[in-house]
Design a protein around this ligand. Structure first.
Ligand code: BES
Ligand code: MN
Ligand code: ZN
Length: 477
């Protein structure tokens, strides 16, 4: 737990303060600190820290590395703040001088990055531990007299809360975060953030002919849900549809996964969580666009009625699909949700999904694969990702591979013929349901769930892409 406030000078009550250090300006440190840094191997690298004084035994000073001054970026501050916040985890009251080192960088962005860094790094998922969290509620004062500091802190804190909401949902076990539970939580989020919610139950889903969602749900003991969220500012400059994959657990179905492959599949609603989370912040960031979020929810299980490889279903848009691999289920539920979104003719559709392992083969676990039918929409995502320092990597959607999805018995089959370009082939499948509208697709792949701790968070759900989506929508012109 950690909270941030603004202070014009270092409050006397703090028990920790930091000192920003540039790796190429170590000589500017007082001589004592220079020799201590040398002895301890501290050289001011980005995100490096060193506790240098015990003071009177009641307070500490922490050197925080920001890297070389001429290579300083907004992200240097995010990483520095994150590292500092972990060092002071046992302190109740601390202050940070990092903002003062912002140099010529954009003040608002640096301040937001500091706020994000200190808070994101201290995320914990404690819901299923028998003892309450023993972590200290640290209050951080960012030392600055910058005019709009309070506003910036408030906005950044809301964005952090959104990321942590996506993390909470992603970390929640598949056995507890069933579709009805996801809906329950979404309703609470919507209520608190002025979003309109609509929930379709199983009966309505049948009536609405969501064939893909129903096909995946066949093997489950639990009902599916289809969730719609809406945000509308007074004078929207555009209408955007967000679509998020909500597979609450992916066993693979009859094309069952290995035990290793299944281990983290509670994250398979990460796209849906990102949509809900991003939407929770739209009012706070005053997004100028009308946004409708669509989240198809079911688990992918192996019950006796489960869809079989070779079975054919009819999707919402009337296309027939031969299911040759029941583990390629994400694209089936996304197909219907994309169709529903396209029916309302939005100016752009953006979808987010833990769609393929192949995207991770292509871009690794620290990047989100981005593709789409409209380069301007893709560019908005890439540029927003750049702005908030989330790694996005565009992959092509080559029409040369479209024929891999041709089926001998139906309009489409749900897997490609070969083992290559799997993320793009999945993208091409989704494109069939976008009705030619401007569309971008984010495949979270392995980026949604981290197998080890990172500078901005512990092992587990990362909440990656939430900040990018918020920025994309907030900056829409
Ligand atoms: N949810 C998985 C993709 C995934 C795997 C996301 C690992 C994150 C980490 C998806 O439903 C899936 O199983 N995809 C298959 C598709 C294949 C059968 C064409 C895959 O990637 O193996
Ligand atoms: Mn799957
Ligand atoms: Zn899946």
């Amino acid at each position: 737990m950690i909270s941030v406030r603004v202070a014009p000078s270092v409050p006397s009550s703090v028990t920790a303060i930091d000192r920003p250090v540039f790796s190429d300006k170590l000589a500017a440190l007082p001589a004592k600190l220079q020799s201590l840094a040398a002895l301890q191997g501290f050289d001011g690298k980005e995100g490096q820290t060193l506790v240098v004084t015990a003071g009177n035994g009641q307070s500490i000073e922490v050197l925080v590395g920001l890297g070389a001054k001429d290579k300083l970026t907004v992200n240097s501050f995010r990483l520095g703040a994150a590292a500092y916040s972990k060092v002071v985890a046992k302190h109740e009251n601390v202050a940070t001088n990092l903002f003062k080192a912002k140099s010529r960088l954009n003040a608002e962005k640096v301040l937001a990055a500091i706020v994000e860094g200190v808070q994101l790094a201290r995320y914990e998922f404690w819901a299923h531990k028998s003892e309450a969290s023993k972590s200290v509620a640290t209050k951080v004062a960012v030392v600055t007299s910058y005019d709009s500091a309070k506003k910036v802190v408030k906005r950044a804190t809301k964005i952090v809360e959104a990321v942590n909401l996506a993390r909470d949902l992603g970390n929640e076990p598949g056995g507890t975060l069933l579709p009805v539970e996801f809906v329950k939580r979404a309703e609470a989020v919507a209520e608190a953030n002025d979003l309109k919610v609509t929930v379709w139950d199983q009966k309505r889903i049948v009536k609405e002919k969501l064939g893909g969602l129903l096909a995946v749900n066949q093997g489950s003991e639990h009902e599916a849900r289809f969730l719609t969220l809406a945000y509308k500012p007074a004078k929207p400059v555009a209408s955007i549809a967000l679509v998020g994959k909500g597979i609450t657990f992916d066993s693979g179905g009859l094309s069952i996964k290995s035990s290793q492959g299944m281990m983290t599949m509670k994250i398979d609603m990460g796209g849906g969580a990102a949509v809900l989370a991003a939407m929770s912040a739209l009012k706070a960031v005053d997004a100028p666009v009308a946004v409708t979020g669509y989240i198809p929810l079911t688990d992918n299980m192996t019950g006796g009625a489960a869809i079989r490889p070779g079975d054919v279903f009819i999707a919402r848009n009337g296309k027939s699909v031969e299911v040759l691999n029941t583990d390629a289920e994400g694209r089936l539920v996304m197909a219907d949700a994309l169709s529903i979104a396209a029916e309302t003719k939005p100016d752009a559709i953006i979808d987010v999904a833990t769609l393929t392992g192949a995207s991770a083969v292509a871009v690794g676990g620290k990047f989100v694969a981005v593709m789409g039918s409209a380069q301007d929409v893709v560019d908005r995502i890439l540029s927003a990702g750049d702005d908030v320092d989330e790694n996005m990597w565009q992959l092509p959607l080559p029409k040369e591979y479209r024929s891999e999805l041709d089926s001998p018995v139906a309009d489409l089959k749900n897997i490609g013929s070969g083992r290559y370009a799997g993320a793009s082939v999945a993208g091409l499948f989704l494109q069939e349901f976008t009705d030619g509208l401007p569309w971008a697709h984010l495949d979270l792949g392995l980026a949604a769930f981290s197998e080890s701790a990172s500078p901005l968070g512990p092992k587990g759900a990362t909440g990656l892409a939430v900040r990018t989506i918020i920025e994309t929508l907030a900056s829409w012109k």
